[in-house]
Design a binder for this molecule. Structure first.
Ligand SMILES: [Zn+2]
Length: 463
């Protein structure tokens, strides 16, 4: 494995020096009114028609779309297996992105590109090597399809808890899965960081930095390592994970410090956000944490220390359209926001959705438009359409920590506005009657979590 990595690094350096790659689209500064595309929780399911598996396993991913098109199952956007994203839904999403003629300077994907619990879906007779190969091919296919719509546009993704080979929430630092997907992930960021730097952090713990232009950079964090309840099965493994967690947090601090020194602004993208897992907290009636207390605390301290550097944070994981705020230590001022883009997958009973986000030349978020697949439960009548524009829908003039804080206060007292927020939270729903989301009884927990990422502060607000 060591020899392989070394040759990979040497090869990448050679490729970077050969001068054959096209100049990155993002060499130019952002102009004042560009819009980026934010996707999350795609959860692509290659098993939606499992009769195709033997053909797919042998085929090149360049042929997968034509193989999927031979499926004889009746087209539906609701995957009968798990409500994740089958070929019909992914194709429809890509087609919508294409026909709208967006021209984003880059795309972000806040994790979970692969279906839920992929490894459980293989037939028991499939060998481990073949499972690994098929898992990596599935990831590559998701990218290849997106790149066919945006061939010159950098794609910055973060790893989700289903993007792995070892089982849910188990991304192995330095493991075969990271090694297997690294080339595709590097290719898609369009050489916006040198390859040695990328492979070093990505192979070690799944994080990386990418330069958007001279003034702006994106840090993609692997927050699965921070997950409270990270599966550790042996003492030997535990030290590997502990080292990966510590090294990622040190890396994050170094990155933020370097950015400050050169006057760069930074976006953080990740899958699992900090703070409470509200869904589990509500159902268990006791605090459930997204991250361990120590990772959560160190991270919040870093955000506070580098609030002049970080202009936005983007998370996923909940599959819901929402925002959350981080306050300064004495909780007198909101200093940073976490924007959450909803899922393409319908597994959490929301319609598929994505965001088209307005950004200014200072790398600040101005506003966003939400798009969704309305009536997705009905293949024939489903339509992609604009759901809403944020500032217009909430009648506010900016998307900043301060204005979102004021909006959060208003949402607690204005029941009409609150109803609208809950509707958009669920991407206008597809299955309202069984939706286990925000109710009158659980509103307080969701509202407290919108403003408090420290666990003690959340509990103080909620109880
Ligand atoms: Zn997900």
């Amino acid at each position: 494995m060591k020899h392989f990595l070394l040759s990979l690094l040497i090869l990448s350096v050679l490729c970077a020096c050969s001068g054959t790659s096209e100049p990155p689209k993002s060499e130019q500064p952002l102009d004042s009114n560009q819009q980026i595309i934010s996707l999350s929780d795609i959860h692509f399911d290659p098993f939606f028609d499992n009769t195709l598996y033997p053909v797919l396993a042998k085929a090149d991913i360049a042929d997968w779309d034509s193989i999927f098109n031979t499926s004889s199952i009746t087209p539906t956007y609701l995957d009968p297996n798990d409500n994740d994203t089958n070929w019909f839904l992914y194709k429809s999403t890509l087609n919508d992105l294409k026909t709208r003629n967006f021209d984003p300077p880059f795309l972000i994907i806040t994790g979970d590109l692969l279906l839920h619990n992929m490894q459980r879906r293989f037939d028991a007779s499939v060998s481990e090597a073949d499972r690994l190969s098929f898992t990596i091919k599935t990831m590559d296919f998701v990218y290849l399809q997106l790149e066919s719509v945006f061939p010159d546009t950098p794609i910055y993704a973060a790893l989700g808890n289903n993007d792995n080979f070892m089982g849910n929430y188990s991304i192995e630092p330095g493991g075969d899965f990271l090694e297997g997907i690294a080339d595709t992930w590097y290719r898609s960021i369009k050489a916006n960081v040198d390859s040695v730097t990328f492979y070093q952090s990505f192979l070690a713990n799944g994080s990386y930095e990418a330069r958007v232009n001279n003034d702006h950079k994106i840090l993609s964090l692997n927050t699965i390592l921070f997950f409270d309840g990270y599966p550790v099965t042996s003492v030997a493994e535990e030290s590997v994970y502990t080292n990966a967690i510590t090294s990622q947090l040190i890396w994050l601090r170094d990155q933020l410090e370097a950015a400050r020194a050169t006057g760069q602004k930074v976006w953080l993208i990740y899958h699992i956000p900090p703070g409470a897992d509200v869904y589990k907290t509500v159902s268990s009636k006791a605090l459930s944490k997204n991250w361990t207390s120590s990772s959560n605390q160190v991270f919040l301290e870093l955000v506070r220390e580098y609030q002049d550097v970080i202009t936005a944070q983007f998370g996923g994981h909940t599959h819901k359209d929402s925002f959350a705020l981080i306050q300064n230590e004495d909780r007198s001022t909101p200093i940073s926001f976490i924007h959450t883009t909803p899922s393409i997958s319908m597994s959490n009973r929301n319609y598929p959705g994505y965001h088209h986000i307005k950004v200014n030349a200072d790398f600040e978020v101005l506003d966003y438009d939400a798009y969704f697949l309305s009536n997705a439960q009905n293949y024939a009548s489903a339509r992609w359409e604009k759901e809403y524009s944020f500032l217009e829908a909430y009648d506010i003039t900016s998307y900043t920590p301060e204005s979102l804080w004021t909006l959060r206060e208003k949402l607690n007292s204005d029941t009409t506005l609150q109803k609208q927020y809950i509707n958009f939270f669920n991407v206008s729903y597809y299955r309202p009657s069984s939706s286990p989301n925000i109710s009158a009884a659980s509103w307080k927990a969701y509202w407290c979590a919108m403003g408090n990422q420290d666990f003690a502060a959340f509990e103080g607000c909620w109880k």
